[in-house]
Design a protein around this ligand. Sequence first.
Ligand SMILES: Cc1ncc(COP(=O)(O)O)c(C=O)c1O
Length: 390
Amino acid sequence: MSKAVAGAKRLGRIPPYLFAEIDRKVQEKKRAGVDVISLGIGDPDLPTPGRIVSVLQEVAADPSNHRYPSYFGLTELRESIARWYSERSGVELDPSTEILPTLGSKDGISHVPLALVDPGDVVLAPDPGYTVYTTGAIMAGADPYVMPLTEANHWLPDLDAIPDEVARRARLMWLNYPNNPTAATADRHFLVHAVEFCRRHDIVLCHDAPYSEIAFDGYRPLTLFEIPGAKEIGLEFHSLSKTYNMTGWRIGWVCGRADLVGLIGQLKTNIDSGIFQAVQWAAIEALNGGEEETHAANTVYLRRHRLVAETLNKLGWNIKPPRATFYVWAPVPPGYDSIGFAGHVLDKVGVNITPGVGFGPHGEGYFRLSVTAPDARLQEAMTRMETLKL
Ligand SMILES: Cc1ncc(COP(=O)(O)O)c(C=O)c1O
């Protein structure tokens, strides 16, 4: 192949983005006339609250918002984030140095290795996990090192199993609680241990927390900076995507240790030119507006979680609704691997679920289902699944 069109070698090291692959298969089915119900992607079906949309509509008409925005986000937005974090977690962040708005959290997550890691360094990433932790590391020329998450260890990595030689080479560790895809949560004891581990080995602890507000029955997930000492080595990635049903708006933030936040900002000035200012004003409205809509959405998710658990338990599973996230993570039935089972469910009943192996080799043997389909569609999906011959 000519060198001009061969593509960069680093792209060759990255497997195809799982959801793009799945989308292709689903589109094929739809073209063949199948009414596919998608429970594959964690994308809230509930609309963005009206008050946020109204602010966008109003400020989108203001020409002062039509120009290049500031690289580092509106001061008012960084102040709103600081206020939100303080009220939510009792932790003070300096809006001018410790917070950087991003184009969704994926922007921050995918770029942080480029800002903080050199080729040949190690990036520690959970498996199963959000794939961007490893692909971001690969794009920066780093070597991802897998931290297996297992049911036996409550889907927490065993940090003491990381060899000293690997910890010495590691510059960055990813954690994500409440967790995608396993729906697991982390207690204080684990997070304290993780902070202590990263401080001892001089590793930046990156906590990805887009599901911090999607929690049930009064459970309140810990945010990283509630752990003493975390800000000395830590960054936390947040998003408005799941909290306010704003996945399409592309807005989130990274916060934490000022010099690390500054390096990400420096990198990003060379990559994008900030976030549409009207979206930033809408985000301010979102963050200043209280928690009512998020609570209401959580009530819906919990009801749906109960429905899914009830249905799958009738089919022989033993599932409890999780304490957080809108994901159900469950073992595939005997005789299937995860891709085989997801394919079987799509072919037989037109329901799209995600094979666990798409989140890494340690996700094999499991599948993930998201309760972000409208009630009637989820109910229909469950009715169809009850007819599955397993
Ligand atoms: C664990 C995790 N992190 C980050 C993201 C990215 O979210 P966004 O870029 O919309 O903020 C997702 C999206 O599904 C996710 O599951």
